[in-house]
Design a protein around this ligand. Structure first.
Ligand SMILES: [Zn+2]
Ligand SMILES: [Zn+2]
Length: 450
């Protein structure tokens, strides 16, 4: 079957797609059910697939939201075990993973993640390590990781993406999803709005570094974006149809990541900024901000940065001279300052790939110069920063770094440091290569403050 971005979700499942990119894409999710009352099909779904004893994992909030409903649905159908974590927002780190394993019932043969963000990441990782499937009973359309095959975990203070597997099935009961807290629904929308900049980064990386790009996968992600934007007006009233569309868009985005085999189709500079802010909040002991909320704000920042960059006169020769002044030792000191206890992994990555070395940087500057007009045209396809900001404001969602407690120095530092989290070329590396990180960051900060 040929990959066609207009196909509905269930046509993407249990199929192999010979794609125009030359690869075969598939995702081993067996079922996605997003509708009113979807949870009622849970026992039959498990029985049909030969599962004998599910293990339900809740946090304190998702148990309150769905615990009684799930108990009544499972009653007299299948024996099961469950564990309810004390926290309402468990941190997906070594400690929490250990806690879940201590309470896990080894007679179970599937994990049911009841929740969204962290519960989903933790269940995906643990079930993968245990060699058993997992299923998601989603309680909020708050992020796009439902269908993804990787697990972002915080290990040694550093957000790192680990290999895992996709869920066996995703159940999104729209009665539950539409009753989710509005900030969580808005976070889901923010996570999808991030695809604007992520796709722009991907296209530009394809031009500059020759990185693999699949137009079919890109089409799926654009479909998610179009769906979200078309539903924004109906979200405030918690219209179940609109919430179903948002959940479908989030699942589609995850399928796109699974098709690509990594998070490239769904995560670019906006996600790197968000990850950096998250880490700083963690170090400072501040209350975490929802992933998608940060991604939405970071998307506006990255679009604004693209707008500013493309309106500047770029002195490529000056950039090359600056690159010659690069000192690895100074860079290490800077990373130690900006990353604190997490700097080891960032330095380790640079030692493997040397992406900031004078030689590699100058090579990229030459390519940037050669393809600048093409880059300008690619960036011109982005919606304006004001448009995306307007989407979030219309939902009364936070639309600036200050609105979620990100201070100026964290913001400026993130423009310098966040690109070191991954070996992934995009806006943040471009402004660094051109010696403009701080200048652009200051201007973007001013934009938010005007
Ligand atoms: Zn492809
Ligand atoms: Zn995300």
């Amino acid at each position: 079957m040929l990959l066609n971005s207009r196909l509905p979700i269930n046509d993407f499942l249990n199929n192999n797609f010979s794609c125009t990119c030359g690869r075969i894409h598939s995702v081993p999710i067996q079922q996605v059910l997003i509708q009113d009352g979807a949870l009622k099909s849970l026992p039959d779904l498990l029985i049909q697939n030969g599962r004998q004893r599910p293990f339900f994992l809740y946090d304190s909030t998702t148990y309150k939201v769905a615990g009684v409903l799930i108990s009544s649905i499972m009653k007299d159908k299948l024996p099961y075990s469950s564990y309810i974590m004390n926290q309402s927002e468990p941190t997906p780190d070594e400690k929490t993973l250990g806690e879940i394993l201590i309470h896990y019932d080894p007679t179970c043969d599937i994990i049911i993640a009841v929740g969204s963000g962290s519960i989903n990441d933790l269940s995906r990782f643990i079930s993968y390590k245990l060699g058993i499937p997992y299923l998601i009973a989603a309680t909020a359309p708050s992020m796009d990781g439902f269908a993804s095959n990787v697990a972002p975990l915080i290990v040694r203070h550093m957000k790192t993406t680990y290999e895992a597997h996709v869920p066996f099935a995703i159940l999104g009961d729209t009665a539950l999803l539409s009753a989710a807290p509005m900030p969580m629904i808005c976070a889901g929308i923010g996570d999808i709005l991030g695809k604007y900049t992520c796709l722009c980064d991907w296209e530009i990386s394809n031009i500059i570094t020759g990185e693999y790009l699949c137009k079919g996968i890109e089409g799926i992600v654009r479909k998610s974006l179009d769906t979200i934007v078309s539903q924004i007006n109906h979200v405030k009233s918690r219209d179940q149809g609109a919430i179903r569309c948002i959940m479908e868009a989030l699942v589609l985005s995850g399928i796109a990541m699974s098709f690509a085999g990594n998070s490239r189709p769904a995560s670019g500079s906006e996600h790197h900024l968000s990850h950096y802010w998250e880490m700083v909040f963690l170090f400072d002991g501040k209350k975490p901000v929802l992933h998608g909320t940060k991604v939405g704000i970071a998307t506006i920042a990255v679009i604004k940065a693209y707008e500013l960059l493309m309106s500047k006169y770029i002195d490529f020769n000056k950039a090359k001279k600056l690159a010659e002044l690069y000192s690895y030792d100074d860079w290490v000191l800077k990373m130690k300052d900006l990353y604190g206890p997490a700097s080891d992994s960032v330095i380790e990555l640079e030692l493997q790939i040397h992406k900031n070395s004078t030689k590699n940087r100058i090579a990229r500057i030459c390519l940037l110069e050669e393809h600048w007009e093409e880059l300008r045209q690619t960036a011109a396809q982005l919606p304006s920063s004001d448009t995306v900001s307007g989407y979030l404001s219309e939902l009364s969602a936070p639309a600036s770094p200050m609105a979620v407690g990100i201070d100026k120095s964290t913001f400026i530092n993130s423009f310098i440091a966040a690109k070191e989290l991954r070996n992934r070329f995009g806006l943040l590396q471009i402004v660094y290569d051109l010696g403009l990180s701080e200048e652009i960051a200051e201007e973007v900060w001013d934009y938010f403050n005007n």
